[in-house]
Design a protein around this ligand. Structure first.
Ligand code: NAG
Ligand code: NAG
Ligand code: NAG
Ligand code: NAG
Ligand code: NAG
Ligand code: NAG
Length: 660
């Protein structure tokens, strides 16, 4: 490419700033066929001119950032000193942009005409242009922008996640259209803004006709018909002097690199044409990108959503920034944002026929993605509750980052007004409880059961120790263990999960969980710990071995609570009699005994007496043996009180029988 000649042209032409002093012919022109060596562009936040002359507003390597680039000097947009006529001048601009997304990408960028280069309190939620207090439309903003928006934010009345809109003093567009262009024959062709390919834009405002035209195309020649035309008198929006430029942002989950490859602008005239093929193009390698400014985290953003939820998100973000594992974290995170339409189609409009069951806080549907034909499970969280939104965000923020073969994978999410949808990998064999209780159609043999127990144990160990933070699941139970096609057990439903720093003390929260799996100290302390997860896992192990629920109201009084029943049978010397009769005595006695013993140990009333998940996993893997002597689960030999499971803490003084 003739880069030296373009540099030459650029160097001189970018400095051209013609200005004549008669009102009718006041004329201004800017021309940047690439930005190499441009000293008259003010770069803010993450914006940068790359070595090859591409103006990069944001980097897809970073979430929650904004980038702004303005022409350094103000531009005269009207002459109010003349006979009181505050009429804005006509203007025209042409630029070529390119958006390279990470995963689904976002949020988008704007071409903006603003009163100041120092916009205050800008939030990354608002395309790097508005702040919390002014995005909803204020006459005093004096902001005009054309947005190229790649996320579907119902809060600002977006039409989809690929649209062009005109914004007058507000991020709620006056008009917006799906990104598209007209060809010679007048046929419309859709465009994807974030295809990674250059797209050329023309924005023309005629002050006599008071019309604004926006035209976009992937080609050099300007389509005859604009994609968006809007009759508007911009005179009241503009001050005499305004700044022009570009703004962009990335979000917590959606990130893109927004590039401007070339730009021209003119007042009272037509902006110079740009040739796409002679403009610089963005670097391919993302590792080459650097960011010189700290990540911008707006606290005010949080207030729009539930503060606590976002606090978690920011907290995690901050943690990850501090730790130096950015690359790994980046690679690990990727919940994808699905379009509502896609999910609606996949689940046949959330048909009752596709209903798989009821999750912690909503219905779960089976779906088939329209294009890839991948089977998915979609959890639709009960809206209306702050709790629902909190759980929704927790799931995205927590399990979106976790990777373990025994954790149900979160594939993505979608939020549409009050509909909160989480998309998971589809687990062909449904939940474990269907195979254990109430005359299951399919019986799992011991080998399969043991595999499930080992799988869930290793997932819990990963949550407790294998990740940067301690993740407490808080709702380990058979119905939250799902089985894939090969009957591998995977732990799911992270709606109640909590995340702590390693070594820090968990804080007190509302007691959550499911009866029978709830550690007895929980109602007293209000603190979920790894040890309370271990308690629930103990109950799960016993269930899997015995084929019954931890608390069975219908059972004989002495059999009502599973752990006490197992303990009693052990003391009677016939522990194997508790094993699920449905497996018809076909099992490895050593394994079954170990599982029962571990189950009782984990179910100990005293958190200190319970093993850690690491010890449990090592036992299950045969690395260490379990002590010969069993310890009473606490609460006394005949104290099969359901009260313990309900959390009465009369049993804190354990009975003396530590072994038999
Ligand atoms: C950009 O300009 C610098 C000097 O200002 C020059 O060294 C470099 O080669 C130029 N890059 C391109 C791609 O033209
Ligand atoms: C603005 O209008 C006044 C009066 O018509 C004129 O004298 C002045 O030169 C104009 N200024 C510009 C920048 O066009
Ligand atoms: C646009 O508004 C300005 C200022 O209010 C006014 O002077 C001008 O005549 C208007 N333009 C048209 C075409 O109505
Ligand atoms: C939002 O922007 C407006 C206009 O720039 C400014 O006056 C206001 O102080 C900003 N608000 C916050 C909270 O930063
Ligand atoms: C366009 O947006 C501005 C600013 O929000 C608002 O004042 C105006 O009423 C809108 N006009 C139309 C036609 O929607
Ligand atoms: C273009 O996109 C719009 C909005 O998504 C859609 O309704 C329309 O069918 C698409 N047109 C073509 C030709 O794909």
């Amino acid at each position: 490419m003739a880069s030296s000649s373009f540099l030459f042209i650029n160097f001189f032409l970018s400095l051209i700033f013609l200005s004549t002093q008669t009102l009718s012919s006041h004329y201004t022109q800017l021309f940047y066929p690439g930005f190499n060596g441009s000293i008259d562009i003010t770069l803010k936040e993450s914006a940068e001119i790359e070595g090859n002359g591409v103006l990069r507003l944001t980097s897809r390597n970073y979430r929650n950032i904004i980038g702004q680039a303005f022409y350094s000097s103000p531009i005269l947009f009207k002459n109010s000193s003349s006979d009181g006529d505050g009429r804005a001048f006509s203007f025209s601009t042409c630029f070529v942009f390119c958006i390279i997304p990470e995963y689904e990408g976002g949020h988008g960028f704007t071409f903006a005409i603003v009163p100041s280069k120092d916009l205050k309190g800008i939030s990354q939620r608002f395309l790097g242009l508005f702040n919390e207090s002014n995005f909803y439309g204020k006459f005093s903003n004096h902001i005009f922008a054309v947005e190229f928006d790649t996320i579907f934010d119902v809060g600002i009345k977006d039409i989809d996640n690929d649209h062009v809109g005109t914004d007058l003093n507000s991020l709620i567009s006056n008009v917006s259209v799906h990104a598209a262009y007209f060809d010679e024959l007048g046929k419309v062709h859709n465009l994807s803004l974030q295809s990674g390919k250059p797209i050329k834009v023309w924005i023309d405002y005629d002050s006599d006709e008071i019309t604004l035209h926006v035209t976009i195309s992937p080609f050099n020649s300007k389509p005859r018909k604009p994609i968006l035309s809007y009759r508007v008198n911009l005179s009241s929006v503009f001050y005499e002097e305004m700044y022009i430029g570009f703004t962009a942002s990335t979000g917590i989950l959606s990130r893109s690199s927004h590039y401007i490859l070339g730009w021209s602008f003119a007042i009272n005239g037509e902006a110079r044409d740009l040739d796409i093929s002679s403009l610089p193009s963005p670097k391919k390698k993302k590792t080459g990108e650097k960011i010189s400014l700290p990540v911008y985290v707006s606290i005010t953003t949080a207030s729009v959503f539930v503060i606590s939820v976002f606090a978690l998100g920011f907290y995690l973000l901050r943690r990850y920034k501090k730790s130096e594992e950015i690359e790994q974290w980046e690679l690990q995170l990727g919940p994808h944002r699905y379009s509502y339409r896609e999910l609606k189609k996949a689940t046949r409009n959330f048909s009752e026929k596709e209903l798989l069951g009821y999750g912690g806080s909503g219905k779960v549907y089976r779906g088939i993605l329209p294009i890839s034909k991948t089977q998915i499970a979609v959890k639709r969280i009960c809206h209306d509750s702050k709790q629902g939104l909190r759980e929704f965000m927790t799931e995205i923020a927590t399990i979106g980052m976790l990777r373990h073969r025994n954790l149900v994978q979160l594939l993505g999410w979608c939020r549409r007004e009050r509909d909160l949808l989480l998309v998971y990998e589809f687990m062909e064999n449904g939940s474990l409880d269907n195979y254990l209780f109430d005359d299951p159609r399919t019986i799992l043999n011991w080998e399969q059961r043991f595999k499930v127990i080992k799988g869930v144990a290793s997932a819990l160990l990963y949550l407790h120790e294998g990740y940067k933070q301690v993740v407490i699941h808080r709702d380990v139970k058979a119905s939250n263990v799902l089985l894939d096609g090969e009957l591998n057990g995977k732990l799911g439903d992270f709606g109640l999960a909590k995340v702590y720093e390693h070594g820090s003390a968990p804080d007190t929260t509302r007691v959550v969980g499911t009866l029978g799996y709830l550690a007895p100290e929980l109602p007293r302390t209000g603190k979920s710990t790894t040890s309370s997860d271990v308690y629930a896992f103990g109950a799960l192990m016993l269930e899997v071995a015995c084929g019954r629920r931890p608390v069975e109201m219908k059972a004989l009084p002495e059999e009502m609570t599973l752990v006490d029943w197992v303990w009693d049978k052990y003391r009677e010397g016939q522990v194997l009699s508790v094993v699920d009769s449905k497996i018809q005595g076909v099992y490895d006695e050593v394994e079954v005994t170990m599982v029962l013993k571990l189950g009782v140990m984990c179910s100990n009333n005293e958190p200190e007496q319970r093993p850690s998940m690491r010890q449990v996993v090592r036992c299950l893997d045969g690395e260490i043996g379990v002590a010969d002597e069993w310890k009473a689960p606490g609460g006394g030999s005949n104290g099969g009180a359901v009260g313990e499971f309900l959390g009465s803490f009369t049993s804190t003084s354990i009975s003396g029988e530590s072994s038999c």
